[in-house]
Design a protein around this ligand. Structure first.
Ligand code: ADE
Length: 248
């Protein structure tokens, strides 16, 4: 997958060189290119913002550098292919695991990181004539800019790509994963030693009985969900429930 990120703070993205994503980039599974928006400014001060029409607090990002940046970045594909443009904004649709799964199937994403009060709205309208555009929010809070939201989305999407996680199963077991554990939060996890500071690992996990372990994990997941996110249980359908769940 190719991911282009446009920002006035390219240094913000150095964490993408670490750990799983760093390895995926080194192995060629992931091609991440970070661009400095200011390289598409034409004035001496590399201006990227201006006061909002209609008044109000803060500044708005100017359309000209964004237009040129997107023209340059989005024209760099193979055989005229267009990327999907993601604009992180607290006013967007919620970024969920389901959206991440869908985006992980795309060959090419471009993230446009706004600062201040956002990017002049004509930029996304103009881009939409050439490529699909999605405005996405990572949660009901306001960040100082789209950079940290982009880090969250890029990490969430990248770990779903085949070959990026060491153990392909671990993405399936996660909280919010689709499949057997859909809509459930992950329960507690343990490793060696079996007793630590007088606390024992639940004996079922040492039993070697895989059926009993699966059942215990599912019960713990149901419990964690009921405690922390009870509204998620409403999303379980009869098909999501196995036989014992229905007896409970
Ligand atoms: N930019 C500022 N706040 C944001 C949020 N919650 N999600 C995505 N982008 C943002």
């Amino acid at each position: 997958m190719r991911i282009d990120i446009i920002s006035i703070f390219p240094e913000y993205f150095s964490p993408l060189e670490l750990s799983l994503l760093g390895k995926a980039r080194a192995s060629g599974l992931l091609d991440i290119r970070v661009h400095d928006l200011r390289s598409w400014t034409r004035d001496r001060h590399n201006t990227v913002d201006d006061t909002p029409y209609g008044g109000g607090p803060g500044m708005v990002m100017k359309p000209e550098p964004w237009g040129e940046a997107l023209d340059a970045v989005a024209s760099g594909g193979d055989e005229g292919a267009a990327p999907r443009l993601i604009v992180p904004t607290p006013s967007g649709l919620p970024f969920t695991q389901q959206r991440a799964d869908r985006l992980a199937g795309e060959p090419w994403l471009v993230f446009a990181c706004g600062r201040y009060e956002g990017i002049d709205s004509r930029v996304a309208a103009d881009a939409a004539g050439r490529m699909p555009v999605e405005h996405l929010s990572i949660g009901d809070y306001v960040l100082a800019g789209g950079e940290s939201a982009t880090l969250v989305m890029v990490e969430t999407i990248s770990r779903l790509l085949p070959g990026v996680l060491g153990n392909a199963e671990s993405a399936v077991q996660d909280s919010f994963a689709t499949g057997a554990m859909a809509h459930l939060l992950e329960g507690p996890v343990y490793t060696k030693p079996p007793v630590w500071r007088d606390r024992e690992v639940p004996p079922v996990l040492l039993s070697g009985n895989h059926g009993a372990v699966d059942r215990w994990r599912r019960d713990q997941a149901l419990r964690a969900t009921a405690r922390n996110r009870p509204e998620l249980l409403d999303r379980l359908t009869a098909d999501d429930l196995d036989r014992r769940d229905q007896e409970v």
